[in-house]
Design a binder for this molecule. Structure first.
Ligand code: SF4
Length: 165
């Protein structure tokens, strides 16, 4: 079976981000993969019932996505709401879909508390970045799905070529 790629819906032009906009990624590889039936598009947060728009949310300061997944840290909205359970459900939905559809790879937008793969925000809601992953990206990686950010599309293309299916 072809190795598929789980893709952040906002990268595919769906206006599903917390602020109600999309972040479309235009690249010839995307069109090629679409034609091959390789793309599986998901917004993890919407799959867990989160609305658009929604308050911005960040992993609490000094904690990691791994700690969120193990129940030792929270994801909080700027408005104070605790959305930890929804973020964990979002990650579990993404993993379940990836398994059902043979996604060996994921192409996720960086910086998001769900989809971030090299950085997230520091929990202070002031735009500051810290190294780390979002909750969905962390769960996918823990289950041996290779996660690439929107800035690594070339690396993903090379990896798929190497993978050979
Ligand atoms: Fe995009 Fe992922 Fe946030 Fe959904 S959860 S809006 S796909 S970054």
């Amino acid at each position: 079976m072809i190795a598929r790629i789980l893709v952040s819906a906002c990268l595919m032009g769906h206006a599903v981000r917390y602020d109600g906009v999309a972040k479309p990624l235009l690249h010839p590889a995307i069109e090629r993969w679409r034609g091959e039936g390789r793309l599986v598009v998901l917004c993890p947060e919407m799959s867990a019932g989160m609305p658009v728009p929604r308050p911005p949310a960040e992993i609490e300061p000094g904690r990691t996505a791994g700690a969120v997944l193990s129940g030792d840290a929270r994801v909080l909205e700027k408005t104070g709401g605790d959305v930890t359970a929804a973020f964990r459900e979002a990650a579990e939905n993404a993993l379940a879909l990836a398994r059902r559809t043979n996604c060996r790879f994921a192409l996720l937008i960086d910086g998001s508390p769900s989809c971030g793969s090299s950085f997230v925000h520091d929990g202070g809601f002031r735009g500051a970045r810290v190294s780390g992953a979002g909750v969905t990206a962390a769960l996918l990686r823990a289950n041996r799905i290779e996660v690439f950010s929107d800035r690594q599309i070339g690396e993903l293309a090379a990896r798929i070529e190497e993978f050979g299916s």
